[in-house]
Ligand binder design. Structure first.
Ligand SMILES: *Cc1c(COP(=O)(O)O)cnc(C)c1O
Length: 345
């Protein structure tokens, strides 16, 4: 199978498995797991933040951020297709008592003026704006890199109104590798950052939440409340350290493969690329083939290729560590056959 459903399907490397086997561990709730402590220091250093917290998932990292930044009945500003709005089961409403406020972005980027206009003035009727959430790369917009100056302009607005900014940087390292701008430059535009170790970086489990030390201390307590205080978790922190040390630069290979795939697909009649490909995500529209996304996905699956639905006619393909350049050529060959059959009926 060529698995293009997500970059979460990546399996741990040999070095990660060795690191897990050899990890020094302790009870992390007591702060005694030296491997976890090492990972948290490494992540904080890479992001240029004072401290970091190892969390079970990107969703948990984002939700702990919301819980730590906000009070119940606050409003949180986010892009209308943000992962925190679309794909986290309304967790911030369920857990933090938050009301989301969405803004339509352009390729995932919110207009800073619209963000400013959405900030609530003092009025007895209104909720308080408690947080602004950004996402980089933006998943639903097709893995787009949110430009640094857009983030800076929003940070400016937020600072003027004394509102914190959280970055859902599940794929922040993809943004950094694609743009040549180091992760800490992006992180500098926000108070707190969550990034995933378990996606393109290939670690089996986990995300990091980074920010000021005082914030991370309170976040640690929220993690405990949510049942996310783990024990000898150096077993999974060790592969994450390998991911951060060894798996960042190779994200460029995923981006190259994604471009190669998108360029090839663009030349196939009936297939349309929905967004310019900047990183490892490709959104393909199959409407002109007279197929729904589900029908197209089934046909690909029969050819040994896995993909995911992103709308009625929209299919998402994600390149990752387990997909080679040769696999890309196989996919192009198979899609060509599928399209040709459909169009010559
Ligand atoms: C995957 C993802 C998350 C959530 O990460 P999980 O580890 O799956 O909970 C959050 N934000 C974005 C943009 C993502 O792509």
């Amino acid at each position: 199978m060529i698995d293009l459903r997500s970059d979460t399907v990546t399996k741990p490397t040999e070095a990660m498995r060795q690191a897990a086997y050899n990890a020094e561990v302790g009870d992390d709730v007591y702060g005694e797991d030296s491997t976890v402590n090492r990972l948290e220091e490494l992540a904080a250093e890479k992001l240029g933040k004072e401290a970091a917290l190892f969390v079970t998932s990107g969703t948990q990292g984002n939700q702990i951020a919301v819980l730590t930044h906000c009070q119940p009945a606050d409003e949180v500003i986010m892009e209308a297709n943000a992962h925190v709005f679309v794909y986290e089961g309304a967790a911030m409403s369920a857990l933090a008592g938050i009301q989301p406020r969405t803004i339509n972005g352009v390729r995932g980027a919110m207009n800073p003026k619209e963000v400013e206009a959405a900030i609530r003035p003092e009025d007895i009727h209104f909720p308080e704006t408690g947080l602004i959430c950004l996402e980089n790369t933006h998943n639903k917009a097709g893995g787009t890199v949110i430009p640094l100056d857009n983030m800076a302009a929003i940070k400016d607005v937020a600072s003027q109104h004394n509102i914190p900014v959280h970055l859902d940087g599940a794929r922040l390292f993809n943004a950094a590798v694609a743009s040549g701008i180091p992760v800490h430059k992006f992180a500098e535009q926000t108070d707190t950052v969550q990034f995933c170790l378990s996606k393109g970086l290939g670690a089996p489990v986990g995300s990091m939440l980074a920010g000021p030390k005082e914030f991370i201390d309170r976040a640690r307590k929220w993690r405990k409340r949510l049942g996310g205080g783990l024990r000898q978790v150096g077993m999974v922190a060790a592969p994450a350290i390998v991911a951060l040390n060894e798996m960042v630069d190779r994200l460029g290979d995923d981006h190259e493969n994604a471009k190669r795939l998108a360029d090839g697909l663009a030349n196939i009649d009936g297939i349309n690329i929905e967004e310019e490909v900047e990183t490892n995500i490709i959104l393909v529209n199959v409407e002109e083939l007279g197929l729904t996304s589900e029908e197209f996905i089934q046909k690909l699956k029969q050819e040994g290729i896995l993909s995911g639905s992103y709308g009625t006619h929209s299919v998402r393909l994600v390149t990752n560590y387990g997909v080679t350049k040769e696999d890309i050529d196989t996919v192009l060959h198979k899609v060509n056959q599928i399209a040709h059959k459909k169009l010559t009926y």
